[in-house]
Design a protein. Sequence first.
Lengths: 136, 202
Amino acid sequence: MTSQRIALALRLLLGAVFIYAAYTKLRQSWLLFALSIDSYQLLPEWAVFALARTLPWLEAALGILLIAGVWLRYLSIAAAGILGLFFTVMVVSYFRGAGVDCGCFGVGEPLSLKTLARDGVLLAAAAALVAVARRR
Amino acid sequence: MKLLTVALFLAAVVFGGAESPAGQSSSSRAIGPVTAAVRIDVFSDYECPACKQLHEQTLKRVKEEYALKGKLRLVHHDFPLPQHKHARRAAALAAAADRLGKFDAVSDALFRQQETWSKNGSVDEVVDSVLTPDERKRIDEIAADPAIAASIERDIQLGQRMKVSSTPTMIVTHNGKPNPVVGVVSYPVFSRFLNSQLGAAQ
């Protein structure tokens, strides 16, 4: 019963965060998000544009499905994977000292210890959801 | 709140003389028509490596392909960060060079030789290397003018009002709506964004 409540709380939290992250990107020009991705200086131009067009929809779908509670075992792994990837890229970019726009919730937020801590907390929540979902 | 921020920004730009030191109109710090539908305000620090990268890889081309062709207005603002001990002196010398009509030459030299002067503090020598003997004599005097320090301070305050917290940050304004662009962006991606803004403006 307790693990079910924990799973519910975690998937509602993560689902809401993913939906909000998608909303902040979709309400503005996708090219602004492309600029955020480009500021990481990790991807070629075509990949920047492809990711800018698709990632917000992926986040929205993931958020909705997490809140719906379907395929939780697989979706929790997907959420942890995406957040883990984001966290790695952010840590590398932060310590490389590059001027980078986080791009996490819209544009104009520089990468900082605050953004790293926030993503770290979300990653921990996703990892906890993976663990709880496996035990169900 | 957003409307207030936009209003404050526009008021500061119009009334604050933010475009050039001492309100000079022939400044190279602001290029392109004042009436352009798209305006880019660049907040930059001469000692910041990412600012050097943005200046050399992206902004030079934006200046040539857009600002000098009258498609948009590109405005430089100084935003020397406290942790960069020579950045304010560099900004003062670049602003002083603007009065001598040498802003571009000094600005380019400061970024080009950033690695050297940021380590040994030889800002003045780098600036002198692109000036004539007569200009070298005058630049110290101009840089000491309180109006130069005041213009840098105005730029910093404008940036803070626009929530600039790191460099480089560009504020791309179209139809009165400011869009912050943080960090180094490549020319191909940035130009596609600018074209979308300009397309919407036409």
